[in-house]
Design a protein around this ligand. Structure first.
Ligand SMILES: [Zn+2]
Length: 338
């Protein structure tokens, strides 16, 4: 730990007179907090990062509003131009991005990495997947605002909680700490669950073969909600582990929280499959004589609801998947000894 030394001065965020750590790289003490600082937005413990001080400094910094707006704006615009998002989808992603960036670079970087991975994976074998799924799934590869909020809404609410908690002085230090750790674990769990589900769908469609329906106990058309394949299930597990690890590498959550967040993400993704199998709205195209999720089928015919709960569509199911990932991750991480 050659590049970190301690100082006995008080924390310049919260008036505490506890020893804290100072970086020789930047001489910046404000973000390297070795005590439990109620003003700190970083939950990683700086003294544990041997040799990684510079990274800690960067990812613990809260970017200015202009930087947050600029970075989120450029990415949302790029995603719209590259047809990863629709116009409304880009606006929703921009709002989620600004919230994440305002919490800190760690949150912003995790959101960017999550989105980049999702966009990359959805592009692998895109034509093959579209051809296999276009008559079954509700929406195409371009994500709209509803889809963005279904995947990123819970994450955005967690970011909002972080920003509000940082402004409140009335809580005890321990309460502050719990609210921040809980929000960070929930945010990572929510996005990791959405990611695990996306990875399962993308790889399952491409290499999973004909999936098995949980409800009907038979093989069904590729892209059917609530149908599983071995490749898709493995992709969900690998995706959950990779995304949880990424959240820790980017200092959004401590490394000790990775197993809990990864497991919560995978359980969230499987909840998506169970909800998709039994409760998600199922529709039927009388003209093509086939099951679909589309209200207006690709053939132009209006479809009929033949099962499931009305208006419980794929987006609502995705939102519930992230909610399960978030809730399980927060509960597990907060119950761990700190
Ligand atoms: Zn049709």
């Amino acid at each position: 730990m050659s590049n970190v030394r301690t100082t006995g001065e008080g924390c310049n965020r919260c008036d505490s007179q506890l020893p804290r750590f100072i970086s020789d790289h930047t001489n910046d003490t404000s973000h390297l907090v070795s005590h439990v600082c109620p003003r700190s937005l970083a939950i990683g413990d700086a003294p544990n990062f041997d040799g990684g001080t510079f990274v800690v400094v960067i990812f613990s910094v809260q970017p200015a509003m202009t930087t947050a707006v600029g970075v989120a704006g450029i990415i949302a615009l790029g995603a719209w131009r590259s047809k990863s998002l629709t116009q409304h989808g880009a606006c929703a992603a921009f709002a989620v991005g600004v919230l994440a960036m305002r919490v800190g670079w760690a949150w912003g970087a995790f959101l960017i990495a999550w989105f980049a991975l999702a966009a990359l994976i959805s592009r692998i074998g895109r034509r093959v997947k579209l051809a296999r799924m276009c008559s079954v799934v509700e929406k195409g590869a371009e994500r709209d605002a509803r889809q963005v909020l279904a995947n990123g809404g819970v994450f955005a609410l967690c970011a909002l909680q972080m920003l509000i908690v940082a402004q409140i002085d009335g809580f005890s230090i321990e309460t502050h700490r719990c609210l921040e750790i809980g929000a960070a674990a929930a945010a990572a769990g929510a996005l990791a669950a959405a990611g695990a589900d996306t990875w399962a769908t993308e790889f399952g469609t491409l290499i999973g073969g004909t999936p098995w329906s949980l409800r009907e106990r038979r093989r069904v058309a590729i892209g059917t909600s609530g149908a599983l394949s071995v490749a898709g299930s493995l992709a969900a597990i690998v995706g959950g582990i990779i995304l949880a690890t990424l959240a820790a590498i980017l200092h959004m959550i401590p490394f000790t929280a990775v197993p809990a967040v990864a497991l919560s993400a995978v359980l969230g993704a499987f909840t998506d499959s169970i909800l998709g199998a039994w409760w998600q709205e199922r529709r039927w195209c009388p003209q093509c004589v086939m099951n679909t999720e589309q209200v207006q089928h690709v053939c132009g015919m209006r479809t009929e609801r033949v099962g499931g709960v009305g208006s419980l569509d794929n987006d609502v199911v995705n939102f519930l998947c992230t909610l399960v990932g978030a809730g399980l991750a927060a509960a597990t991480v907060l119950s761990q000894p700190r």
